[in-house]
Every structure is written in structure tokens, then in C-alpha cells.
Design a protein around this ligand. Structure first.
Ligand code: RB5
Length: 155
């Protein structure tokens, strides 16, 4: 797979190791920045990763920030992106298997490098099961997204 990899300054300390893990597992990294620990704004990198996936230039994404939260909130604003903060290995694979999560978000201030490696491996090796109940629930998530885009939640 092609994996869009992005981070802010809070996630930068994990980026090189995460890149190595992705490439060691036989995947290709599409680097979406940032490239240093200079202060930047996490929505810019959530946007880049989301746009890269939606443009068909990557199949999934990995986003890193300090907590994983801000960058996941930003990524989930992009229709078609299903991002999750997963700091346990069960969620990192189950989020793909049941929920078709396509972006893994990690907090570099929360998880150490070795756990991050296992989380990325769990995410990359998982596939959406397409079982009826999971597809049905995913369809309902997509219906929420479609309704929001159609302005049905506007007051
Ligand atoms: C940056 O200091 C920090 O706020 C950001 O990386 C992230 O943790 C936000 O959720």
C-alpha cells in the first residue's frame, strides 16, 4: 500500500521510526511533512494526508501529533477520512477490521517508540472484514457524512 505520513512538531519525534516501520513492512511512504520540530499547525498536515488519500495518491494514512487528538479531529472533518486515535494494538487493527478506519493517529507524547511500531504494524496488517453488520454500520456512518454535506444538520 501507499501510506500518506504526516505530523506536526508534537509528532515529529516519531516520524522517522514510523516511516521505517511502514517501509520495512513493504509499503511506500508518501511524505506529507512536517520536516522538523519547529512549531506548525496540525490541521495543515491532517489536510495534506486527507487530500493525498482522496486524490488516490495513497491508500491509507498515518498522522502523528502530541496527543493524536487534534490531528484526528481535523482529519475526520474531511469526507471520506475515517481517522482514529489508537494507543492499544487491539483498536489499531479492529478499527480497520470493523470500522474501515483509513487513518491511524498517534500521540508521540503519549506512546513510546516501541508501542508506536506495534500500533503501526497492527494497522497496516488489518483489512476491513466487509461482514454484513460492519458494512451496515459503515453505511450508516457514510449516511451521516452525506447528510452533513447536504446541509441537513444546519440550524
Ligand atoms: C502541539 O503542541 C499539540 O497541541 C498538538 O501536537 C496536538 O497534541 C494536538 O492535539
Amino acid at each position: 500500500m501507499r501510506i500518506a505520513l504526516g505530523c506536526d512538531h508534537g509528532g515529529f519525534s516519531l516520524k522517522t521510526r514510523v516511516r521505517t516501520v511502514i517501509e520495512s513492512a513493504g509499503h511506500t511512504v508518501v511524505d506529507c511533512g512536517t520536516d522538523s520540530d519547529c512549531s506548525v499547525d496540525y490541521p495543515d498536515f491532517a489536510r495534506k494526508v486527507g487530500e493525498t488519500i482522496l486524490a488516490g495518491k495513497a491508500d491509507r494514512g498515518v498522522l502523528l501529533c502530541g496527543s493524536g487528538v487534534g490531528i484526528s479531529v481535523a482529519a475526520n472533518k474531511i469526507p471520506g477520512i475515517r481517522a482514529g486515535v489508537c494507543h492499544d494494538t487491539y483498536s489499531a487493527h479492529q478499527g480497520v477490521e470493523h470500522d474501515d478506519m483509513n487513518v491511524l493517529c498517534l500521540g508521540a507524547r503519549i506512546v513510546g517508540e516501541e508501542l508506536a511500531v506495534e500500533l503501526v504494524r497492527a494497522f497496516l496488517s488489518a483489512q476491513f472484514t466487509k461482514e454484513e453488520r460492519h458494512q451496515r454500520r459503515l453505511n450508516k456512518v457514510l449516511a451521516i457524512e452525506a447528510d452533513a454535506l447536504a446541509g441537513k444538520f444546519a440550524s
